[in-house]
Design a protein around this ligand. Sequence first.
Ligand code: HEC
Length: 134
Amino acid sequence: MKSLTILALTAITLLGADGYKVYKDHCMKCHTEMMTKAEALKSFTSLKAPPMIEVSNKLKDNIRTMDEDEDVKRRVVIAFVKDYIDNPSVQYSMCESMAIERFGIMPSLKGKLNEAQKQAVAEWIYDRYKGKTF
Ligand code: HEC
């Protein structure tokens, strides 16, 4: 029994943090997971932030790499998200100015997430919405 527990703990450590759990614990209260553009426009006044599907798609559209290599692009988007968690700024936001006027800039979550949690949630944001349009 004891060795099973150790095995399970090792597996969790090796796999790193669970990105979806990090999202639910730290991002979901502001960023809805899934929404169509029509739904978002309808409930625009009650939203606190752009839905996460929009964040994901916006970053993938805006961040272009030289040869459009998927792995490179994925790494750059992940690096952007990890940095934005700690250092949100009007300078780096890719949100439309109308949305920023409405929502304001995201508050910094510096110190709330460790490196593994930031990595996991950023990967989740990239992979969760693959092939899904907003
Ligand atoms: C208190 C509300 C709030 C929380 C909690 C929050 N965000 Fe945000 N986030 C915002 C708002 C508002 C914006 C839009 C304005 C901006 O770009 O800063 C935003 C924008 C972003 C952007 C930039 C999108 C762009 O187009 O530039 C990313 C990336 C992001 N959030 C990721 C996260 C992640 C990851 C978490 C959880 C770890 C999180 N946010 C938690 C409110 C929040």
